[in-house]
Design a binder for this molecule. Sequence first.
Ligand SMILES: NC(=O)c1ccc[n+]([C@@H]2O[C@H](COP(=O)([O-])OP(=O)(O)OC[C@H]3O[C@@H](n4cnc5c(N)ncnc54)[C@H](O)[C@@H]3O)[C@@H](O)[C@H]2O)c1
Ligand SMILES: O=C(O)C(=O)C[C@@H](O)[C@H](O)[C@H](O)COP(=O)(O)O
Ligand SMILES: [Zn+2]
Length: 367
Amino acid sequence: MSDATRISVGGQYDVVIGTGLLDELPGLVGEGVQRVLVIHPRALATTGEAVREDLSAKGFEAYAAEVPDAEEAKTAQVAAFLWGVLGQAGFTRSDAIVSVGGGATTDLAGFVAATWLRGIRVVHVPTTLLAMVDAAVGGKTGINTTEGKNLVGAFHEPAGVLCDLATLETLPQHDFTAGLAEVVKCGFVADPVILDLVEADPVGVRSPSGAHVRELIERAVRVKADIVAQDLKESSLREVLNYGHTFGHAVEHVERYAFRHGAAVSIGMVYVAELARLAGKMDDALVDRHRSVLTSLGLPVTYRGDRWPQLLDAMKRDKKSRGSLLRFVVLNGLARPVRLEGPDPAILQAAYAEVSAEVTRGGAISL
Ligand SMILES: NC(=O)c1ccc[n+]([C@@H]2O[C@H](COP(=O)([O-])OP(=O)(O)OC[C@H]3O[C@@H](n4cnc5c(N)ncnc54)[C@H](O)[C@@H]3O)[C@@H](O)[C@H]2O)c1
Ligand SMILES: O=C(O)C(=O)C[C@@H](O)[C@H](O)[C@H](O)COP(=O)(O)O
Ligand SMILES: [Zn+2]
C-alpha cells in the first residue's frame, strides 16, 4: 500500500509526499504528451538518466539535459541552452518538461517551461528538502541576472510535484540543513507547531530519517499550498512567504551565491526580527526564539559587518519594493505577519548591526 500523502494546491494540482513515487510520473506527464525533456543538475546525472529511461520505456520520446549544480544553473545562458535543446528536438505545446533536482533546477526548468512557446507543461520531482517544501510548489519560477536574485521569471504552475523522500538520503548535510530554514520560516509566519517540533528534537530533525521530518515537510507544504492557492501572483498575502528574504537575497547576491539560499534566509529572518523589534512590533522573547531555533539546527544567524552599502543596494531591488520604498514582511507577534514599509534608515542599519555584531565576537556559523 502506498504511504503517500497528497496535498492539493487549490484544486489545481497535488504535491505528493512519500517514497517510490516515480510510477506516478508518466501519468502526471500526461497522456497526450509525445516528447519529454528531463532537466537535472550534474550531481543527479544517474537519477536524471534513470528517469529519462523510465519515461522512454513508457513510450515517451524522452530526452535529458544536464545543467550546472546549484545557483550556476539559474542564468540566461543556461535557459538559452535549454531553449536550444527544445527547439532542436521539436518540442510543441503538447510536450512537457520534468525537473529532477533542487530548487535551482526547479526554478530554472519551471522558467524554461513557462517561456517555451509561452508555456508548456512541467512536472517537478524535487530532490532537496528545500525544493520539496518550497521551490517546487506554487509556480514561482526564475533565473538570476548580474544585478540580483530571481530578477527574471514568471508564475507557471506545475502539473504535479512528486516528493520522493528517498532522494533525501544522498543530500549533503548542509543542504538538508539549509532546507530547514524554509521549514522554520513557515513556523514563524503561519504554523508555530513547526517550531515546537523543531525545539523538541533539534538533532533529530537534521536527518532525513528523523522522527518528525515527514510531519515537518507536510506541515510546511500545507502552509505554502494554502497561501499560494489564495494568491498565486503575490498581489498581497503571498508576500508572507518572503519572510527573511529581503536581507537573505541581498546576502546571497553580495556573496555571489557562496551561501546556500536557506542559510542566507536564516540570517535574513534574524535581521527582520531585529528590524521588527526596533520598529516596536516584536518583543525580545520572539527575537530570541528566532536565534535559538535557527542556531539549534546549525543555521547561521550572523553576517559580516562591513557590507552595508552593498546589502542596502541589493535590497532596493527586492520585488516587494515599490519605487524607492523598501517593504519588509515582519511579524507583529508569532504567526502574525504584517508589512513594514519605508522603515527609518537608522533602524535598517541598526538591525544590521544586531546581526553583524556576533561575527566580531565569535565568528559566524557558516554552511
Ligand atoms: N520558486 C520558489 O518558490 C523558491 C522557493 C525557495 C527557494 N527557491 C530557490 O531554490 C534554490 C535553492 O534550492 P536548494 O536549496 O534545493 O538548492 P540547489 O538546487 O542549489 O541544490 C543544492 C545542491 O544539491 C544538489 N542536489 C540536489 N538534490 C540532491 C540529492 N538528492 N542528492 C545529492 N545532491 C543533490 C544540487 O545539484 C546542488 O548542488 C534557490 O535558487 C532559491 O532561490 C525557489
Ligand atoms: O513562494 C514564494 O512566494 C516565496 O517567496 C518563497 C521563497 O522561499 C522563495 O525563495 C522565492 O523564490 C522568493 O521569491 P522572490 O519573489 O523574492 O524572488
Ligand atoms: Zn526562499
